[in-house]
Design a protein around this ligand. Sequence first.
Ligand SMILES: C[S@@+](CC[C@H](N)C(=O)[O-])C[C@H]1O[C@@H](n2cnc3c(N)ncnc32)[C@H](O)[C@@H]1O
Length: 386
Amino acid sequence: MPTADPPRPYRVSCAPGLSPWLAQEVEGLGLPVEKTDYTGVATRGTMVDGMRMLLWLRTGYHVLQRFADIRAVDADMLYAETVRLPWERVIPPDGCLTVVSAVDNPTITNSMFPNVKVKDAIVDRLLKIHDRRPDSNSSGDHAVVHLFWKNDQARLSLDFSGPKLSDRGYRREPGKAPLRETTAAAILREAGYDGSRPLVVPMCGSGTLAIEAALIASHRAPGLLRSGYGIQHLLSFDEEAWRDARAEAKRQARKPVGIAPIIATDLDPKAVESARRNATTAGVEHLIEFSTCDFADTPLPEQPGTVILHGEYGLRLGDPEELAPTYRRMGDYLKQQCAGWDGFVFTAREHAGRIGLKAAQRTPFEHGGIDCRLLRFELYAGSTSS
Ligand SMILES: C[S@@+](CC[C@H](N)C(=O)[O-])C[C@H]1O[C@@H](n2cnc3c(N)ncnc32)[C@H](O)[C@@H]1O
């Protein structure tokens, strides 16, 4: 079992634009945020910190531990520099290996080619040392090496996640236009949701916002929902430390007592059924009250809290203009029925003006390639804002 666990540099990647919320989460785990850019956060921590990030981060995609920085002007140099690195310290001789990459180098026209070069270099080195070659595999559920290569600078990292952390495993029924789990978690963070006040999610679709909220409210580590991480296929993997990190995460889960109601509704009974089943898979069905109704008929608890509407965009399949009356009604609903609540609408930017209420805050989000906004409305009791 490895004993020394010195701090090392990490990059945690995320969906475009989610890094401000990811940075908050990384800091919340007691780790430094050394740099933030549009698609990720640089931090530093031990192997155990890497495990905690896998288990706890709600807005991140991949946890990448830096292995080496090299200079490579072309693919031959990439091979030559990669084969010199001590891969035998991290990749098991009989394991499976996948290489993934993000490449912007003028000599590369086939995006798969650098992956093949890096994989060949690692395999050739291990073959020379152990006299047998690791298997190569593209499914991502084995040891994963990540190459980031821009111009002549290449960074090789170990992808502790394997599949994206947003693939929590609970959303077996995605429904139409679902939110990505990580985006839902960022929206809830931006809305200041912590489970202490009620949450109402009309137009819940497959239930992502309600399910992510229930996970936050019950302080459940999303990473416990899935098994199968890249880290488990590395030689440096410390099984005992992983068991401890998981056991600690389980201990931190909060009992339902004291969690304010979470209400999720949708007009489409099939969507409600899917949301309920997804919540069951996530183990939070008991924390969410589901029902089928028009958003304007969603029952509101007496104690005010947060209401979040995620309407359809109609950009790909329908005519966005057709949705104008629905957005207008959403504005009326917030103004007339949600006085005293924190009101939010998440939608494509072009629908923002159709709600008919002045937003106190507009937070940009990029979701599925669509320019979106999270609009916050101040809904004072007796408000006349329009
Ligand atoms: C963009 S989807 C919501 C996706 C959801 N956030 C998720 O992650 O799956 C919009 C949802 O609004 C529902 N919807 C449309 N019109 C509605 C209405 N008048 N009342 C209630 N729900 C409605 C649709 O059935 C659809 O499930």
